[in-house]
Design a protein around this ligand. Structure first.
Ligand code: TYD
Ligand code: MG
Length: 458
């Protein structure tokens, strides 16, 4: 028998080496390379792919025209979850849901399972982390004990697939979590990249052949990667991350990849004593407890996918006590803060070089839009000058390096949301032919950063 060569896999990114190294050359992670027996990249492939046949089979190629259908979907009954999946679970698709431990993944998926089961669909919830009794206890606490969800505490993928293949095809199978699963086909320990990848492959094949929708739960490492399952991300149909801050009650489910729907959509939930509650009006939640009289806060009218979302941007600018000024950002891109600060210094004559600057998106929300530039600039200028911004104003607009305020997309939607929440003025760039959507909001057009600074200082 040929001696099996050991392979070394990076547990962060899945790169394969033939010897151990302290640092992964592919992703730069230290101490992440582990020897895996049978961890040969091809070992987890189906047998048909391993040894190329001498002569291939000829198949017919098709054109783009022809019959197309929307994929059949099963709505979960939880509107915020359906928004993220694009209208429900697609038959035969696999979704990976990642998130920090304790964020509420099991809670959310138990609620979705119960909702579907209550609607008369077959749902299986396979927990590899908790005993059946524990899962039951949680369901009881959430008032879901009466739902006909089929529970099991199992970790062997072959056993799970064999069990699920009996009887009707489940509408939904939840695997909580993929890191606890193992398959007989590879010898590595559960949780290693090889096991995670091989187990996911089997479960994906099960989903495709049976038509069941499968949700894989994945844990996230401290640096924000879905540990190991990063190698699974490209294999599944959709990836969503469940985010939140342990200091706050709300949780956000964000679509990162979706073959059957839009990405950038978010679902907003609030953790209560009885599980997760949907938040239909997140803007109101994020603006709760706003101190309108304090300088340094501006309301940003943002977009998350198709939904407008108003958040408060807080800035604190204070003379530095140390030699090097501190710059700290929570919830926004630090590189964009540096850019906004540079533009304020270069074009509006602000002296920020000897000031500490802190920027925070209130409520623990994370904003990634460049449209937030104008709100951040307004908050910074307000904090520096000590003048509070008008309480009835919202801000949005992208800042160019020349100091010009550039238009952003979906202005009417942003303004309508602001009007709905009682704001009366929008401080915005000149809109590209877009009418302001007939909103009762007054537009305060600023074409250049100097105009904004002049307004706040006046
Ligand atoms: P859980 O779903 O177990 O997290 P994950 O599967 O992502 O690791 O959620 C655990 C946390 O949620 C735990 O700290 C308690 C809290 N929780 C509530 O606040 N209310 C509830 O009704 C439930 C079920 C959990
Ligand atoms: Mg869990």
């Amino acid at each position: 028998m040929a001696k099996r060569r050991a392979t070394y896999l990076c547990q962060e990114c899945g790169a394969v080496y033939n010897r151990w190294m302290g640092k992964c050359e592919a992703c730069g992670a230290w101490n992440s390379i582990v020897e895996e027996v049978g961890g040969d990249a091809s070992a987890s492939l189906p047998a048909a792919l391993r040894s190329p046949r001498s002569k291939g089979r000829v198949f017919a190629l098709e054109g783009l025209e022809g019959e197309s259908r929307e994929p059949p979907r099963t709505p979960s009954g939880i509107a915020e979850l359906d928004r993220v999946t694009g209208g429900g679970f697609v038959r035969g698709s696999v979704i990976l849901i990642g998130g920090d431990p304790g964020i509420g993944k099991s809670t959310l998926l138990m609620q979705a399972s119960a909702a579907l089961a209550n609607a008369g669909r077959r749902v299986a919830y396979i927990s590899g982390e908790e005993a059946v009794g524990q899962v039951r206890l949680r369901a009881e606490r959430m008032g879901l004990a009466g739902s006909p969800v089929e529970l099991a505490a199992q970790t062997n993928v072959e056993d799970i697939i064999a069990t699920l293949s009996e009887g009707a095809v489940p509408a939904l199978v939840v695997i909580d979590s993929i890191q606890t699963m193992w398959t007989d086909t590879v010898e590595s320990a559960p949780g290693t990249v090889t096991q995670v990848r091989a187990s996911a492959q089997h479960l994906i094949r099960y989903a495709k052949t049976s038509g069941a929708a499968v949700i894989l739960v994945g844990h996230v490492t401290k640096d924000g990667q879905i540990a190991g399952p990063r190698v699974v991300e490209h294999m599944v149909d959709a990836v969503a991350s469940f985010e939140g801050d342990s200091a706050h009650h709300f949780r956000i489910l964000r679509a990162v990849k979706n073959r059957f729907g839009p990405t950038d959509e978010i679902g907003v939930f609030e953790m209560t004593g009885k599980g997760l509650a949907e938040v239909a009006n997140p803007s109101a939640l994020f603006l709760e407890g706003r101190d309108t009289a304090a300088p340094g806060t501006a309301v940003f009218a943002g977009m998350e996918g198709t939904r407008p979302l108003l958040v408060e941007i807080q800035a604190l600018v204070a003379p530095t006590a140390l030699g090097t000024p501190r710059r700290a950002v929570v919830g926004w891109d630090p590189a964009r803060l540096s850019m906004v600060v540079a533009v304020l210094e270069a074009h509006a004559g602000l002296k920020l070089g000897m000031h500490d600057i802190y920027l925070n998106v209130a409520g623990g929300m994370r904003v990634s839009e460049p449209a937030c530039d104008l709100a951040a600039a307004a908050a910074l200028v307000s904090s520096l000058s000590g003048a509070a911004l008008p309480a009835d104003s919202v801000y949005f607009g992208e800042l160019g390096l020349s100091g010009a305020v550039r238009p952003v997309s979906q202005a009417p939607t942003r303004m309508k949301e602001a009007a709905k929440l009682g704001f009366s003025t929008a401080v915005i760039p000149a809109l590209r032919g877009e009418a302001d959507g007939g909103t009762p909001l007054r537009s305060n057009v600023v074409g250049h950063i100097t105009e904004l600074v002049a307004q706040i200082a006046a």
